[in-house]
Design a protein around this ligand. Structure first.
Ligand SMILES: Nc1ncnc2c1ncn2[C@@H]1O[C@H](COP(=O)(O)OP(=O)(O)OP(=O)(O)O)[C@@H](O)[C@H]1O
Ligand SMILES: *[C@@H]1O[C@H](CO)[C@@H](O)[C@H](O)[C@H]1NC(C)=O
Ligand SMILES: *[C@@H]1O[C@H](CO)[C@@H](O)[C@H](O)[C@H]1NC(C)=O
Ligand SMILES: *[C@@H]1O[C@H](CO)[C@@H](O)[C@H](O)[C@H]1NC(C)=O
Ligand SMILES: *[C@@H]1O[C@H](CO)[C@@H](O)[C@H](O)[C@H]1NC(C)=O
Length: 490
């Protein structure tokens, strides 16, 4: 394990060096804006011009396909169906598309969007690599004013670039092709703004070095987050795991009726998400799709997963009803809920959680009902209503000292504690804390610390003993009156 940490650190360091070079390239080209988007070098390797011409043509075809994918995302306003939109769109001239396109890629919208641009990146400091994937490299930087942001760039070492160069033998054209994923992401981030989608702060598109140079470089400037660590999350208190699931459901609810229609996340994995102050945010949008699936029969509307297939209804209008929404729900179930939700759920919630697990795992509920079920749990949790069956009398086993804390604690560990050293848990009230203390054989006193979790529950620390009481305006110490026998009053 430590070895793995080292090699990870080494990899990060290497990536950092690569990054520093990238960043300096970026800065050096900050002021150069290319006139057009497409340039292809005529300089070919070793003769075979025919092959080159056909490869070149294929690449241009790909570039056009990518562009065609993005333009509708800029223009669609959700007032009509995608089908009628496309029919209308085909009758329009493309020059208008180009001007809009230039607007987005060359940032003339920034003033109006109040966004950061290339200028914002001058004199920034790269801190570390936050992550990388098939397509993109994400770097943590501090801007000149000290503001921390995340930058997304084309991952030159990524699989996307590698495959493209292998297929088309044109690094410059490939960089442009791969950049389309960043551009698509920029457009989607602008159009799909939500608390659970990473915030777009701006972007910078420059043509580095003109003809024969490296081609266009696109940098997306984002709010900085922490990559979602599933292993770490599995060891976290249920309250934090529930938060991730709730945030995800709120996001999917938004996506099901977004300005672009119902959006499916085609590549739905924990690594597409980050957290910002504990809040879940989607960061990888290049595989989002608002396309509807057209159908003639119900059999055309199947959702296939490794262990489960579902067939959805084909509507009278010939589209698969709710396909994008249901795809998202099942992915949320299989990648998130199964790992995060049932485990250690508070006893008062097990039937509600079981119900959610079953209705999402069987795709019986739509996203509205799923969101309702989650918000219901949140409400109960915040209000402590699920604790109604705790006897009020248990608090009488304890003497309370307000405005006090403790020192010289003899601590014990419990699971899942908010602190590594001792036993720090969230509770709704002193009564719930007393109930927990009674159930831990080592516990003889606890403190309500005055700190709160994201739901507003109180953090309580449990211990075996302490040597002194110390004044502490924000906390209360509870001490067991008698050292009750193990088989006490519950
Ligand atoms: N704003 C951010 N703050 C912190 N980390 C981020 C941010 N955005 C992305 N990351 C990290 O960078 C990684 C790569 O980003 P992203 O998923 O967009 O690239 P990708 O090439 O599309 O990846 P994939 O191959 O998974 O599709 C993410 O998995 C995430 O851990
Ligand atoms: C590339 O080659 C084509 C045909 O051989 C020619 O018409 C074109 O002008 C060339 N472009 C450049 C940039 O040299
Ligand atoms: C799902 O459908 C595919 C294609 O029809 C089939 O090959 C596969 O076995 C099915 N999987 C399950 C789990 O039913
Ligand atoms: C849902 O409940 C039914 C009936 O109890 C059970 O057969 C099924 O396996 C459950 N499905 C899931 C995904 O939990
Ligand atoms: C889901 O809720 C939204 C409002 O939040 C509403 O506009 C929409 O019609 C609902 N969908 C269904 C299928 O009930």
């Amino acid at each position: 394990m430590p070895g793995m940490g080292h090699s990870l650190r080494a990899a990060a360091l290497l990536a950092f060096v690569v990054l520093s070079i990238l960043v300096s390239l970026l800065i050096s080209s900050v002021q150069q804006f290319g006139a057009g988007i497409y340039h292809f070098s005529n300089a070919t390797v070793a003769g075979d011009e025919e092959e080159f011409a056909s490869l070149h043509g294929a690449l241009i075809y790909q570039l056009n396909q990518r562009r065609k994918e993005i333009i509708p995302l800029l223009l669609f306003d959700g007032e009509e169906t995608w089908e009628s939109f496309y029919q209308r769109d085909q009758t329009q001239d493309s020059p208008m598309d180009y001007s809009l396109w230039n607007e987005i890629t060359h940032g003339s919208r920034k003033a109006h969007m109040d966004e950061m641009d290339c200028q914002s990146l001058v004199d920034m400091q790269a801190v570390e690599v936050l992550g990388s994937g098939y397509t993109k490299l994400v770097v943590k930087v501090n801007l000149a004013g000290g503001q921390p942001v995340a930058l997304k760039l084309v991952n030159e070492q990524g699989i996307d670039m590698g495959k493209c160069v292998e297929d088309f033998k044109d690094p410059r054209g490939c960089r442009e092709l791969v950049s389309y994923k960043l551009k698509k992401e920029i457009v989607l981030l602008q159009r799909l703004q939500h608390p659970n989608v990473i915030k777009l702060k701006g972007h910078c598109a420059v043509d580095a070095g003109g003809r024969g140079g490296e081609g266009e470089k696109v940098t997306v400037i984002l709010e900085q987050g922490n990559p979602l660590q599933m292993i770490q999350l599995l060891q976290s208190p249920w309250e934090d795991r529930f938060r991730v699931c709730l945030d995800l459901v709120r996001l999917l609810h938004f996506l099901s009726q977004s300005p672009l229609g119902s959006v499916a996340l085609l590549d739905f994995q924990p690594r597409q998400f980050v957290t910002v102050s504990g809040e879940l945010k989607l960061t990888d949008l290049d595989d989002a799709s608002a396309e509807e699936t057209s159908c003639q029969t119900h059999a055309d509307c199947t959702l296939q997963f490794p262990h489960r297939n579902f067939t959805l209804p084909c509507s009278a209008q010939g589209v698969c009803e709710g396909l994008n929404e249901k795809r998202n729900i099942y992915n949320a179930y299989r990648y998130f809920f199964t790992y995060l939700l049932p485990h250690q759920a508070p006893p008062g919630f097990t039937h509600l959680v079981d119900h959610i697990m079953n209705s999402t795992g069987e795709l019986k509920a739509d996203i509205n009902h799923t969101l309702e079920a989650f918000e219901h749990i949140l409400l109960l949790y915040k209000s402590g209503l699920h604790l109604d069956n705790l006897p009020p009398s248990i608090i009488r086993d304890y003497t309370v000292m307000r405005g006090m804390g403790t020192s010289g604690d003899t601590e014990y560990r419990c699971w899942p504690s908010y602190s590594q050293q001792g036993c720090l848990l969230s509770v709704h009230s002193a009564r719930e804390a007393a109930f927990i203390c009674n159930s831990h054989s080592q516990c003889n006193s606890f403190t309500l610390t005055g700190q709160k979790t994201w739901t507003g529950r109180l953090l309580a620390s449990f211990r075996s003993s302490f040597s002194h009481l110390v004044p502490d305006g924000t906390s209360e110490v509870y001490v067991k009156k008698t050292k009750a026998p193990e088989t006490s009053t519950v």
